[in-house]
Design a protein around this ligand. Sequence first.
Ligand code: G1P
Length: 288
Amino acid sequence: MNVKKAIFPVGGLGTRFLPATKALPKEMLPIVDKPLIQYAVEEAVAAGIEEFIFVTGRNKTAIEDHFDHSTELETALLTKGKEEALNLVQGMIHSPGSVSYVRQQEPAGLGHAIWCARHQIAGEPVAVLLADDLILGTPALKEMIDAYQSGNMVAVMNVPADETGSYGIVTPKDEAGQLVTIADIVEKPDPEVAQSTLAVVGRYIIEPGVFDKLAEGRKGAGGEIQLTDSLAARISDVPFLGLRFSGERFDCGSKLGFLKANIAFARSRPELRDDIEKWLANTLLSQK
Ligand code: G1P
């Protein structure tokens, strides 16, 4: 089944990156030279997504401006003959009307953010991408959409046993290739009670029934309305699969993950690779 719409929840406060995120949305923090949110949008485009729904909050207008024309900038680049830069900024603009913004007026959880986009979704499956989870290599959402038939699907990977309290954790039933049939999902279980170490990474395909569950407004872990709980509530009604994606995931919601991502993405760029690798090697050598 075709998945043509994607929701990007971008309402979070980004307190872990203060003071950088006092006036700047955390999704605008750059990995090398591109904001996190742009990587997520490009992953969606690579998966065939045609409509982009951002669930924003206060102080997030920089995201709206980022995906819009900047007439002054484009005129200046044109006048100065900076064609490459001009193509770059113009190439990011999506067709008129395909990008929309919904405000989440209160930080009531990921599930609540998704539910805020319900009027944009007309009874069809929709992708959800969390920009904090950055994937290097094969675009994970494309792998998911290629394998998707119906029901709900999440991207999954194994995490260290002491980190289950940071993720939605699934109980796997069967495995076939990259696909895992999921018997249960729990939001952020303590390691002592976690049923596995198979964690949800921020890529989802959700069916309309999830919105019905979200509408009930039940609070879960952390007193927030959790997407995980609505997925769990649909398990007896529709198929629920996990996909072990091929790319390398960086947790850009943490400082360490963000720094690692900057280095890994720099190494993946031909024009930076040699210099960054030389610098890394010298830095490590000089410490021995
Ligand atoms: C959210 C989800 C969690 C998921 C995680 C992936 O948590 O609630 O189930 O495993 O994203 O990054 P958050 O990181 O927003 O606390």
